[in-house]
Design a protein around this ligand. Structure first.
Ligand code: DP6
Length: 317
């Protein structure tokens, strides 16, 4: 019987936002992320009379379940195996609230699937398989800082870890608990209609190289400035798409202004924002308490989780 696999979610500092091939989820750009310790998904795959998908003990029907079953059938075809499967997942991530739970979900599912069928693949191949479920999932195979090299086909598009860590804390600020309105898959497709989209692509390699250099040199200031710029570029192409759209809510802008104010007051921190209204703040350990206090005093009912580096895939039993 297959093992339960835990995969941690990741937050992109250089973002994946645009596909070259929707079926293979080949990206138009390389990306770089940090795997997070506090958010993860655990998944087990077993044989079953019918295909079933349970999330946190509740059987899922509709779109969520369909995405899981079509992914499993893609993997079954790929490896020449068959049979109905039961997937049991538990999610320790605020689902769809802007922290990409699909990253941990499909990394855990790819690994649990291979474990169930005793298919032996290395981590690089697992990252390719996870990518087929959700692009960002390929980076959750590894811990720490991870690069997803865009490549140009299934074989050459995979993630690999960077051998560097630094004093970097990620405060996930939950301002809004509504599930995101526009899934990433649709948002990034729409973004490609922006007249700024080509500039976004042209800048990718330079920004990736600058980010890797900042990490290697333990240069938190450059890392934060670049991550913030990259996130703002992503949201600028959303705003300038045709028709334009945004994931920002009023509270998102208020949080951005608070981060700017904290910086003016000498508390070094930077923000990044994904496909949702919530904001993640990057800082050093010494500033965590002060930043949490400030957010709690400015926002009602804000939930804040202090995360740092998490591991790659873990096999639990
Ligand atoms: C903004 O990986 O969720 O979080 O491949 O369509 O499933 P699909 O998209 P997904 O997109 C993540 C987008 C992002 C940036 C990132 O994680 O790089």
């Amino acid at each position: 019987m297959g093992k339960t696999v835990r995969a941690h979610t990741n937050i992109a500092l250089i973002k994946y936002w645009g596909k070259k091939d929707a079926l293979l989820r080949l990206p138009l750009m390389s990306s770089l992320s940090m795997t997070l310790d506090r958010f993860y998904t655990e998944t087990k795959v077993t044989d079953s009379a019918e295909n079933r998908f349970y999330l946190d003990g509740i059987e899922q029907k509709g779109k969520n379940a369909q995405r899981v079953f079509s992914y499993l059938s893609l993997l079954q075809q790929k490896f020449g195996v068959s049979g109905n499967l039961q997937v049991e997942s538990s999610n320790h991530v605020p689902t769809s609230a802007g922290l990409a739970s699909s990253s941990s979900a499909f990394a855990a599912l790819a690994a649990a699937f291979c474990d169930h069928y005793e298919i032996r693949v290395d981590q690089r191949e697992l990252s390719r398989l996870a990518r087929l479920g959700s692009g960002s999932a390929c980076r959750s195979v590894y811990g720490g800082f991870v690069v997803w090299k865009k490549g140009n086909d299934h074989e050459s598009s995979f993630a690999y870890p960077l051998d560097h860590q630094m004093d970097l804390q990620l405060l996930a600020i939950e301002l809004n608990q509504q599930p995101k309105k526009l899934p990433s898959t649709n948002g990034m497709k729409q973004a490609q209609t922006s007249p700024l989209f080509n500039t976004w692509l042209e800048r990718n390699q330079t920004e990736l190289e600058q980010m890797i250099r900042a990490i290697e040199q333990d240069d938190f200031t450059s890392l934060g400035q670049l991550a913030e710029l990259n996130a703002n570029e992503m949201h600028a192409i959303n705003l300038s798409a045709q028709p334009g759209f945004t994931y920002f809510e009023p509270a998102t802008i208020k949080a951005i202004k608070l981060v700017e104010q904290l910086r003016k007051n000498g508390i070094e921190c930077y923000y990044t924002i994904d496909a949702g209204p919530n904001v993640k703040v990057m800082t050093r350990l010494k500033n965590v308490k002060e930043i949490i206090n400030q957010f709690v005093s400015v926002f009602d009912n804000v939930k804040i989780v202090n995360a740092s580096f998490g591991p790659g895939l873990t096999y639990l039993d």
